[in-house]
Ligand binder design. Structure first.
Ligand SMILES: [Zn+2]
Length: 487
Protein backbone atom coordinates (compact mmCIF):
# COMPACT_ATOMS: atom_id res chain seq x y z
CA UNK A 1 0.00 0.00 0.00
CA UNK A 2 1.42 3.39 -0.96
CA UNK A 3 1.45 6.21 1.53
CA UNK A 4 -0.60 9.12 0.29
CA UNK A 5 -0.28 12.63 1.56
CA UNK A 6 -3.21 15.03 1.37
CA UNK A 7 -2.86 18.37 -0.42
CA UNK A 8 -5.61 20.96 0.05
CA UNK A 9 -6.19 24.50 -1.15
CA UNK A 10 -9.13 26.70 -0.14
CA UNK A 11 -11.28 29.14 -2.05
CA UNK A 12 -13.20 31.24 0.45
CA UNK A 13 -16.11 33.36 -0.77
CA UNK A 14 -17.21 36.05 1.64
CA UNK A 15 -19.92 38.64 1.09
CA UNK A 16 -18.50 42.13 1.39
CA UNK A 17 -20.20 44.37 3.98
CA UNK A 18 -22.04 46.81 1.78
CA UNK A 19 -25.50 48.36 1.71
CA UNK A 20 -25.99 47.57 -1.98
CA UNK A 21 -24.97 45.03 -4.56
CA UNK A 22 -21.70 45.10 -6.52
CA UNK A 23 -22.88 46.48 -9.86
CA UNK A 24 -26.39 47.85 -9.29
CA UNK A 25 -28.33 49.77 -6.67
CA UNK A 26 -30.31 46.89 -5.16
CA UNK A 27 -30.14 46.77 -1.35
CA UNK A 28 -28.49 43.85 0.41
CA UNK A 29 -30.85 43.79 3.39
CA UNK A 30 -32.54 40.45 4.02
CA UNK A 31 -36.00 40.43 2.47
CA UNK A 32 -38.55 38.27 0.72
CA UNK A 33 -37.11 36.05 -2.03
CA UNK A 34 -36.62 37.79 -5.39
CA UNK A 35 -37.60 41.22 -4.08
CA UNK A 36 -34.11 42.81 -4.26
CA UNK A 37 -33.62 42.68 -8.01
CA UNK A 38 -33.38 45.05 -10.96
CA UNK A 39 -32.66 45.02 -14.68
CA UNK A 40 -28.89 45.06 -14.03
CA UNK A 41 -28.61 42.14 -11.61
CA UNK A 42 -31.16 40.16 -13.62
CA UNK A 43 -29.03 40.79 -16.71
CA UNK A 44 -31.74 42.27 -18.91
CA UNK A 45 -30.59 43.19 -22.40
CA UNK A 46 -29.22 46.71 -22.58
CA UNK A 47 -28.53 47.10 -18.84
CA UNK A 48 -25.10 48.32 -17.81
CA UNK A 49 -23.21 47.55 -14.58
CA UNK A 50 -22.42 50.46 -12.24
CA UNK A 51 -19.48 49.65 -9.97
CA UNK A 52 -20.19 50.02 -6.22
CA UNK A 53 -17.08 51.88 -5.12
CA UNK A 54 -17.82 51.42 -1.41
CA UNK A 55 -17.88 47.66 -1.80
CA UNK A 56 -14.49 47.77 -3.52
CA UNK A 57 -13.07 49.91 -0.68
CA UNK A 58 -14.36 47.41 1.89
CA UNK A 59 -12.97 44.46 -0.08
CA UNK A 60 -9.62 46.27 -0.10
CA UNK A 61 -9.65 46.09 3.70
CA UNK A 62 -9.76 42.30 3.37
CA UNK A 63 -6.80 42.31 0.98
CA UNK A 64 -4.81 44.53 3.36
CA UNK A 65 -5.74 42.42 6.40
CA UNK A 66 -4.69 39.23 4.62
CA UNK A 67 -1.30 40.85 4.02
CA UNK A 68 -1.54 40.62 0.24
CA UNK A 69 1.95 41.51 -0.86
CA UNK A 70 0.90 43.50 -3.88
CA UNK A 71 -2.28 45.49 -4.26
CA UNK A 72 -3.25 46.16 -7.83
CA UNK A 73 -2.91 49.78 -9.02
CA UNK A 74 -5.80 49.36 -11.45
CA UNK A 75 -9.19 47.77 -11.15
CA UNK A 76 -9.90 45.37 -14.00
CA UNK A 77 -12.84 43.05 -14.48
CA UNK A 78 -13.43 39.94 -16.54
CA UNK A 79 -16.42 37.95 -17.66
CA UNK A 80 -16.63 34.32 -16.73
CA UNK A 81 -19.25 32.79 -19.02
CA UNK A 82 -21.36 29.86 -18.02
CA UNK A 83 -24.97 28.81 -18.34
CA UNK A 84 -26.78 28.02 -15.15
CA UNK A 85 -30.00 29.39 -13.64
CA UNK A 86 -28.08 31.11 -10.81
CA UNK A 87 -26.67 33.67 -13.28
CA UNK A 88 -29.38 35.07 -15.52
CA UNK A 89 -27.06 37.11 -17.71
CA UNK A 90 -24.97 34.05 -18.61
CA UNK A 91 -21.72 35.36 -17.18
CA UNK A 92 -20.29 36.45 -13.84
CA UNK A 93 -18.28 39.64 -13.46
CA UNK A 94 -15.06 38.66 -11.71
CA UNK A 95 -11.34 39.43 -11.72
CA UNK A 96 -9.39 36.82 -13.60
CA UNK A 97 -6.28 38.56 -14.93
CA UNK A 98 -5.64 40.79 -11.98
CA UNK A 99 -7.26 40.60 -8.54
CA UNK A 100 -7.34 43.26 -5.82
CA UNK A 101 -4.24 41.79 -4.25
CA UNK A 102 -1.78 39.01 -4.93
CA UNK A 103 0.17 36.99 -2.38
CA UNK A 104 -0.42 37.26 1.35
CA UNK A 105 -0.65 34.74 4.15
CA UNK A 106 -2.75 33.43 7.00
CA UNK A 107 -1.30 32.36 10.35
CA UNK A 108 -3.30 30.02 12.53
CA UNK A 109 -3.03 27.23 15.04
CA UNK A 110 -4.09 23.72 14.12
CA UNK A 111 -3.99 21.17 16.92
CA UNK A 112 -1.58 23.30 18.90
CA UNK A 113 0.86 23.82 16.03
CA UNK A 114 1.47 27.27 14.58
CA UNK A 115 0.95 27.22 10.80
CA UNK A 116 1.44 29.77 8.09
CA UNK A 117 -0.23 29.26 4.73
CA UNK A 118 0.41 31.38 1.67
CA UNK A 119 -2.31 33.00 -0.41
CA UNK A 120 -2.59 33.22 -4.14
CA UNK A 121 -4.51 36.42 -3.56
CA UNK A 122 -7.89 38.05 -3.11
CA UNK A 123 -10.25 39.27 -5.79
CA UNK A 124 -13.57 41.03 -6.16
CA UNK A 125 -16.54 39.46 -7.91
CA UNK A 126 -20.30 39.22 -7.86
CA UNK A 127 -22.27 36.48 -6.16
CA UNK A 128 -24.67 34.20 -7.99
CA UNK A 129 -28.30 33.56 -7.05
CA UNK A 130 -29.12 31.07 -4.35
CA UNK A 131 -30.41 27.79 -5.75
CA UNK A 132 -32.23 25.07 -3.84
CA UNK A 133 -33.19 21.72 -5.30
CA UNK A 134 -36.68 20.36 -4.78
CA UNK A 135 -36.68 17.00 -6.48
CA UNK A 136 -35.92 17.82 -10.09
CA UNK A 137 -37.04 21.43 -9.74
CA UNK A 138 -34.77 24.29 -8.68
CA UNK A 139 -35.86 27.23 -6.54
CA UNK A 140 -33.86 30.34 -7.37
CA UNK A 141 -33.60 33.42 -5.16
CA UNK A 142 -32.07 36.32 -7.07
CA UNK A 143 -31.66 38.50 -3.97
CA UNK A 144 -28.13 37.12 -3.65
CA UNK A 145 -27.35 37.53 -7.34
CA UNK A 146 -24.92 40.40 -7.88
CA UNK A 147 -23.87 40.86 -4.26
CA UNK A 148 -20.25 41.85 -3.79
CA UNK A 149 -17.93 39.01 -2.86
CA UNK A 150 -14.30 38.82 -2.02
CA UNK A 151 -12.75 35.52 -3.02
CA UNK A 152 -9.63 34.44 -1.16
CA UNK A 153 -7.57 31.62 -2.63
CA UNK A 154 -4.90 29.86 -0.58
CA UNK A 155 -1.93 27.99 -2.00
CA UNK A 156 -2.33 24.20 -1.88
CA UNK A 157 -0.36 23.96 1.35
CA UNK A 158 -2.87 22.44 3.75
CA UNK A 159 -2.36 18.83 4.72
CA UNK A 160 -5.51 17.65 6.48
CA UNK A 161 -9.17 18.38 6.99
CA UNK A 162 -8.55 19.84 10.43
CA UNK A 163 -5.88 22.19 9.05
CA UNK A 164 -8.22 23.24 6.27
CA UNK A 165 -10.97 23.99 8.81
CA UNK A 166 -8.58 25.89 11.11
CA UNK A 167 -7.36 27.96 8.16
CA UNK A 168 -10.93 28.76 7.04
CA UNK A 169 -11.77 29.74 10.63
CA UNK A 170 -8.82 32.11 10.76
CA UNK A 171 -9.75 33.73 7.44
CA UNK A 172 -13.23 34.20 8.93
CA UNK A 173 -11.77 35.96 11.98
CA UNK A 174 -9.52 38.17 9.87
CA UNK A 175 -12.41 39.23 7.63
CA UNK A 176 -14.57 40.06 10.64
CA UNK A 177 -11.91 42.05 12.42
CA UNK A 178 -11.02 43.91 9.27
CA UNK A 179 -14.68 44.93 9.06
CA UNK A 180 -14.78 43.42 5.58
CA UNK A 181 -17.47 40.76 6.01
CA UNK A 182 -19.81 39.21 8.55
CA UNK A 183 -18.49 35.91 7.19
CA UNK A 184 -21.30 33.80 8.64
CA UNK A 185 -21.65 30.29 7.29
CA UNK A 186 -25.17 29.95 8.64
CA UNK A 187 -26.36 32.99 6.68
CA UNK A 188 -24.44 32.11 3.53
CA UNK A 189 -22.16 35.15 3.80
CA UNK A 190 -19.20 32.78 3.84
CA UNK A 191 -18.82 29.64 1.72
CA UNK A 192 -15.78 27.52 1.09
CA UNK A 193 -14.72 25.45 -1.92
CA UNK A 194 -11.84 23.04 -1.36
CA UNK A 195 -9.42 21.62 -3.91
CA UNK A 196 -8.28 18.23 -2.70
CA UNK A 197 -5.64 15.98 -4.20
CA UNK A 198 -3.23 13.36 -2.94
CA UNK A 199 0.44 12.85 -3.61
CA UNK A 200 2.81 9.96 -3.22
CA UNK A 201 6.56 10.23 -3.47
CA UNK A 202 6.40 10.43 -7.25
CA UNK A 203 4.02 13.19 -7.98
CA UNK A 204 0.95 15.20 -7.18
CA UNK A 205 -2.27 13.77 -8.57
CA UNK A 206 -4.92 15.97 -10.21
CA UNK A 207 -7.20 17.86 -7.85
CA UNK A 208 -10.93 17.52 -7.32
CA UNK A 209 -12.99 20.49 -6.26
CA UNK A 210 -15.66 20.11 -3.57
CA UNK A 211 -17.89 23.16 -3.75
CA UNK A 212 -20.09 25.16 -1.42
CA UNK A 213 -19.14 23.87 2.01
CA UNK A 214 -21.23 25.76 4.49
CA UNK A 215 -19.67 24.97 7.85
CA UNK A 216 -16.22 24.35 9.31
CA UNK A 217 -17.30 20.83 10.14
CA UNK A 218 -18.19 20.26 6.48
CA UNK A 219 -14.79 21.63 5.40
CA UNK A 220 -12.98 19.24 7.72
CA UNK A 221 -15.08 16.17 6.93
CA UNK A 222 -15.27 16.73 3.16
CA UNK A 223 -11.48 17.16 2.85
CA UNK A 224 -10.74 14.02 4.85
CA UNK A 225 -13.38 12.00 3.02
CA UNK A 226 -12.25 13.15 -0.42
CA UNK A 227 -8.55 12.44 0.26
CA UNK A 228 -9.41 8.95 1.46
CA UNK A 229 -11.67 8.33 -1.55
CA UNK A 230 -8.95 9.36 -4.01
CA UNK A 231 -6.26 7.28 -2.29
CA UNK A 232 -8.51 4.21 -2.39
CA UNK A 233 -9.19 4.67 -6.12
CA UNK A 234 -5.46 4.98 -6.90
CA UNK A 235 -4.62 2.02 -4.69
CA UNK A 236 -7.14 -0.06 -6.66
CA UNK A 237 -5.45 1.00 -9.90
CA UNK A 238 -8.23 3.39 -10.90
CA UNK A 239 -8.29 6.97 -12.13
CA UNK A 240 -9.99 9.79 -10.26
CA UNK A 241 -12.52 11.50 -12.52
CA UNK A 242 -12.10 15.23 -13.12
CA UNK A 243 -15.36 16.59 -11.83
CA UNK A 244 -16.84 19.02 -9.38
CA UNK A 245 -18.22 17.36 -6.30
CA UNK A 246 -20.40 18.44 -3.42
CA UNK A 247 -20.74 17.33 0.18
CA UNK A 248 -23.96 15.71 1.27
CA UNK A 249 -23.09 15.52 4.94
CA UNK A 250 -21.66 12.00 4.79
CA UNK A 251 -19.73 11.74 1.53
CA UNK A 252 -18.71 13.75 -1.51
CA UNK A 253 -20.88 13.17 -4.56
CA UNK A 254 -20.62 14.20 -8.18
CA UNK A 255 -22.18 17.63 -8.32
CA UNK A 256 -25.55 17.94 -10.01
CA UNK A 257 -24.81 21.52 -10.86
CA UNK A 258 -22.17 22.51 -13.37
CA UNK A 259 -20.80 19.14 -14.51
CA UNK A 260 -17.10 19.91 -14.08
CA UNK A 261 -14.86 20.71 -16.99
CA UNK A 262 -16.63 23.87 -18.10
CA UNK A 263 -15.06 26.23 -20.58
CA UNK A 264 -15.54 29.61 -18.98
CA UNK A 265 -14.32 31.62 -21.94
CA UNK A 266 -12.92 34.41 -19.78
CA UNK A 267 -12.79 37.79 -21.50
CA UNK A 268 -12.18 41.35 -20.32
CA UNK A 269 -15.46 42.92 -19.18
CA UNK A 270 -16.29 45.48 -21.89
CA UNK A 271 -18.80 47.43 -19.78
CA UNK A 272 -16.29 48.21 -17.00
CA UNK A 273 -13.09 49.63 -18.48
CA UNK A 274 -9.97 49.50 -16.28
CA UNK A 275 -9.74 52.37 -13.81
CA UNK A 276 -6.96 53.47 -11.50
CA UNK A 277 -7.60 52.41 -7.91
CA UNK A 278 -6.06 55.70 -6.79
CA UNK A 279 -9.17 57.52 -8.01
CA UNK A 280 -11.27 55.41 -5.60
CA UNK A 281 -9.23 55.87 -2.47
CA UNK A 282 -8.22 59.51 -2.97
CA UNK A 283 -4.49 58.96 -2.43
CA UNK A 284 -1.74 56.71 -3.70
CA UNK A 285 -2.58 53.03 -3.42
CA UNK A 286 0.59 52.38 -1.41
CA UNK A 287 -0.29 55.12 1.12
CA UNK A 288 -3.84 53.85 1.38
CA UNK A 289 -2.78 50.26 1.98
CA UNK A 290 -0.18 51.36 4.55
CA UNK A 291 -2.83 53.30 6.45
CA UNK A 292 -5.24 50.34 6.31
CA UNK A 293 -2.56 47.99 7.61
CA UNK A 294 -1.69 50.33 10.47
CA UNK A 295 -5.37 50.49 11.39
CA UNK A 296 -6.21 46.79 11.03
CA UNK A 297 -3.00 44.93 11.85
CA UNK A 298 -3.17 45.33 15.65
CA UNK A 299 -6.57 43.57 15.60
CA UNK A 300 -5.56 40.65 13.41
CA UNK A 301 -5.71 37.46 15.48
CA UNK A 302 -2.16 36.31 14.71
CA UNK A 303 -0.77 39.69 15.84
CA UNK A 304 -2.93 39.78 18.99
CA UNK A 305 -1.98 36.22 19.92
CA UNK A 306 1.70 36.99 19.48
CA UNK A 307 1.37 40.08 21.69
CA UNK A 308 -0.53 38.22 24.42
CA UNK A 309 1.91 35.32 24.40
CA UNK A 310 4.49 37.65 25.93
CA UNK A 311 2.38 37.72 29.11
CA UNK A 312 0.29 34.55 28.97
CA UNK A 313 0.76 30.92 28.15
CA UNK A 314 -0.21 30.05 24.54
CA UNK A 315 -3.44 28.34 25.57
CA UNK A 316 -4.77 31.36 27.48
CA UNK A 317 -3.64 33.72 24.69
CA UNK A 318 -5.45 31.61 22.10
CA UNK A 319 -8.48 31.35 24.39
CA UNK A 320 -8.87 35.12 24.68
CA UNK A 321 -8.34 35.72 20.96
CA UNK A 322 -10.31 32.82 19.55
CA UNK A 323 -13.48 33.53 21.46
CA UNK A 324 -13.27 37.18 20.49
CA UNK A 325 -14.81 37.02 17.05
CA UNK A 326 -15.82 40.55 16.40
CA UNK A 327 -12.74 41.71 18.15
CA UNK A 328 -12.76 45.18 19.37
CA UNK A 329 -15.35 45.15 22.15
CA UNK A 330 -15.00 41.96 24.07
CA UNK A 331 -12.40 39.78 25.68
CA UNK A 332 -9.04 41.00 24.48
CA UNK A 333 -9.92 44.67 24.98
CA UNK A 334 -11.31 43.85 28.43
CA UNK A 335 -8.18 41.93 29.34
CA UNK A 336 -5.96 44.80 28.17
CA UNK A 337 -7.99 47.31 30.21
CA UNK A 338 -7.82 45.15 33.37
CA UNK A 339 -4.04 44.90 33.03
CA UNK A 340 -3.83 48.63 32.42
CA UNK A 341 -5.61 49.02 35.78
CA UNK A 342 -2.93 47.00 37.51
CA UNK A 343 -4.35 43.46 37.36
CA UNK A 344 -1.92 40.60 36.94
CA UNK A 345 -2.18 39.14 33.41
CA UNK A 346 -2.39 35.42 34.19
CA UNK A 347 -5.15 35.43 36.82
CA UNK A 348 -7.03 38.05 34.80
CA UNK A 349 -7.06 35.81 31.71
CA UNK A 350 -8.03 32.80 33.84
CA UNK A 351 -10.99 34.70 35.33
CA UNK A 352 -12.16 36.08 31.99
CA UNK A 353 -12.03 32.63 30.38
CA UNK A 354 -13.39 30.79 33.40
CA UNK A 355 -15.65 32.28 36.05
CA UNK A 356 -16.59 35.45 34.18
CA UNK A 357 -17.43 33.51 31.00
CA UNK A 358 -19.51 31.09 33.09
CA UNK A 359 -21.42 33.88 34.83
CA UNK A 360 -22.05 35.65 31.50
CA UNK A 361 -23.49 32.44 30.06
CA UNK A 362 -25.69 31.90 33.09
CA UNK A 363 -27.07 35.43 32.91
CA UNK A 364 -27.39 35.22 29.12
CA UNK A 365 -25.06 38.06 28.23
CA UNK A 366 -23.47 37.58 24.80
CA UNK A 367 -20.24 39.38 25.61
CA UNK A 368 -18.55 41.06 28.56
CA UNK A 369 -19.24 44.37 26.85
CA UNK A 370 -22.99 43.70 27.12
CA UNK A 371 -22.73 43.33 30.90
CA UNK A 372 -22.08 46.04 33.48
CA UNK A 373 -18.81 44.55 34.61
CA UNK A 374 -16.03 47.07 34.06
CA UNK A 375 -12.32 46.31 33.77
CA UNK A 376 -11.79 48.43 36.91
CA UNK A 377 -14.23 46.14 38.78
CA UNK A 378 -12.45 42.96 37.83
CA UNK A 379 -9.02 44.46 38.54
CA UNK A 380 -10.26 45.56 41.97
CA UNK A 381 -11.86 42.19 42.71
CA UNK A 382 -8.67 40.34 41.81
CA UNK A 383 -6.66 42.70 44.03
CA UNK A 384 -9.00 41.97 46.98
CA UNK A 385 -8.58 38.27 46.28
CA UNK A 386 -4.83 38.66 46.15
CA UNK A 387 -4.74 40.54 49.47
CA UNK A 388 -6.89 37.86 51.10
CA UNK A 389 -9.77 40.25 51.76
CA UNK A 390 -12.14 37.93 49.90
CA UNK A 391 -11.98 34.21 49.29
CA UNK A 392 -12.14 32.77 45.79
CA UNK A 393 -15.61 31.53 46.51
CA UNK A 394 -16.79 34.94 47.71
CA UNK A 395 -15.23 36.63 44.67
CA UNK A 396 -17.12 34.22 42.45
CA UNK A 397 -20.34 34.86 44.38
CA UNK A 398 -19.99 38.57 43.76
CA UNK A 399 -19.64 38.21 39.98
CA UNK A 400 -23.36 38.09 39.10
CA UNK A 401 -23.85 41.30 41.12
CA UNK A 402 -21.04 42.98 39.24
CA UNK A 403 -22.33 41.85 35.84
CA UNK A 404 -25.75 43.34 36.59
CA UNK A 405 -24.73 46.19 38.85
CA UNK A 406 -26.33 49.58 38.68
CA UNK A 407 -24.49 51.27 41.50
CA UNK A 408 -21.19 53.00 41.25
CA UNK A 409 -19.90 51.92 44.65
CA UNK A 410 -16.47 50.34 44.71
CA UNK A 411 -16.08 46.58 44.65
CA UNK A 412 -14.61 46.74 48.14
CA UNK A 413 -17.74 48.52 49.45
CA UNK A 414 -19.91 45.86 47.82
CA UNK A 415 -17.85 43.12 49.46
CA UNK A 416 -18.54 44.59 52.89
CA UNK A 417 -22.19 45.47 52.15
CA UNK A 418 -22.82 41.89 51.08
CA UNK A 419 -20.86 40.52 54.05
CA UNK A 420 -18.49 38.69 51.73
CA UNK A 421 -15.23 39.75 53.32
CA UNK A 422 -12.98 36.95 54.42
CA UNK A 423 -13.42 35.99 58.09
CA UNK A 424 -10.16 35.80 60.01
CA UNK A 425 -11.59 36.44 63.46
CA UNK A 426 -10.75 33.35 65.53
CA UNK A 427 -13.83 33.54 67.75
CA UNK A 428 -16.07 33.55 64.68
CA UNK A 429 -14.13 30.71 63.10
CA UNK A 430 -14.42 28.69 66.30
CA UNK A 431 -18.20 29.10 66.09
CA UNK A 432 -18.25 27.53 62.61
CA UNK A 433 -15.91 24.72 63.70
CA UNK A 434 -18.14 23.89 66.67
CA UNK A 435 -21.21 23.83 64.42
CA UNK A 436 -19.45 21.39 62.10
CA UNK A 437 -18.41 19.09 64.96
CA UNK A 438 -21.81 19.19 66.66
CA UNK A 439 -23.63 18.36 63.44
CA UNK A 440 -21.58 15.17 62.91
CA UNK A 441 -21.46 13.23 66.21
CA UNK A 442 -20.90 9.82 64.55
CA UNK A 443 -17.96 11.08 62.54
CA UNK A 444 -16.58 12.75 65.63
CA UNK A 445 -16.70 9.45 67.52
CA UNK A 446 -15.03 7.69 64.60
CA UNK A 447 -12.33 10.38 64.56
CA UNK A 448 -11.55 9.83 68.23
CA UNK A 449 -11.57 6.08 67.63
CA UNK A 450 -8.65 6.60 65.26
CA UNK A 451 -10.01 7.68 61.87
CA UNK A 452 -7.82 10.79 61.85
CA UNK A 453 -8.35 11.54 58.17
CA UNK A 454 -11.90 12.67 59.05
CA UNK A 455 -10.21 15.94 60.00
CA UNK A 456 -10.54 17.02 56.33
CA UNK A 457 -14.28 16.48 56.48
CA UNK A 458 -14.67 18.73 59.52
CA UNK A 459 -12.55 21.46 57.94
CA UNK A 460 -14.68 21.27 54.79
CA UNK A 461 -17.93 21.42 56.77
CA UNK A 462 -16.68 24.36 58.84
CA UNK A 463 -15.64 26.27 55.70
CA UNK A 464 -19.02 25.54 54.16
CA UNK A 465 -20.75 26.78 57.33
CA UNK A 466 -18.95 30.09 56.85
CA UNK A 467 -20.29 30.34 53.30
CA UNK A 468 -16.78 29.93 51.99
CA UNK A 469 -15.71 33.16 53.63
CA UNK A 470 -13.47 31.73 56.34
CA UNK A 471 -9.72 31.96 55.89
CA UNK A 472 -8.97 28.30 55.06
CA UNK A 473 -5.52 28.19 56.69
CA UNK A 474 -6.77 29.69 59.95
CA UNK A 475 -9.84 27.47 59.83
CA UNK A 476 -7.69 24.35 59.63
CA UNK A 477 -5.86 25.36 62.80
CA UNK A 478 -9.08 26.21 64.60
CA UNK A 479 -10.73 22.89 63.66
CA UNK A 480 -7.65 20.97 64.86
CA UNK A 481 -7.77 22.88 68.06
CA UNK A 482 -11.48 22.09 68.59
CA UNK A 483 -10.90 18.39 67.83
CA UNK A 484 -8.19 18.26 70.50
CA UNK A 485 -10.43 19.95 73.04
CA UNK A 486 -13.32 17.62 72.22
CA UNK A 487 -11.24 14.53 72.94
ZN1 LIG B 1 -30.00 44.91 -8.92
Amino acid sequence: MRRWRTVIGLEVHAQVLSARKAFCFCPTTPSEANSNTCAICLGEAGSLPVLNLDAVRVALRAAAALRCSSISETLEFDRKSYSYPDLPKGYQITQRRKGLGAGGCVEFEAEGVLRRVGLEGAHFEEDSAKTTYRGDAIDVDYNRCGRALVEIVTLPELESGSEAAACAREIQRVLRRAGASEARFEEGSMRVDVNVSVRDDDHLRPKVEVKNLNSLRAVRAACDYEARRQAEIYDAGGVVAQETRSWDGGETVRSRAKGGAEVYRYAPEPDLPPRPLESLVGRSVADHVDALRREIEPHIPAAVRARLRKRLDPLAAAGLVDADDYGRTARVAFFDACVAHGAKPKPTAAWILGDVAGALRKLEFDTIADSNLSPVDLAELLALLDQGTVSRRAAKDLLPDLLQRRTSSSVEDLVFERGLARISDVAALRQFAREALDAHPNELAAYHAGKKNLEKLFIGKALAASGGRADPVLMRDVVRDCLLQAS
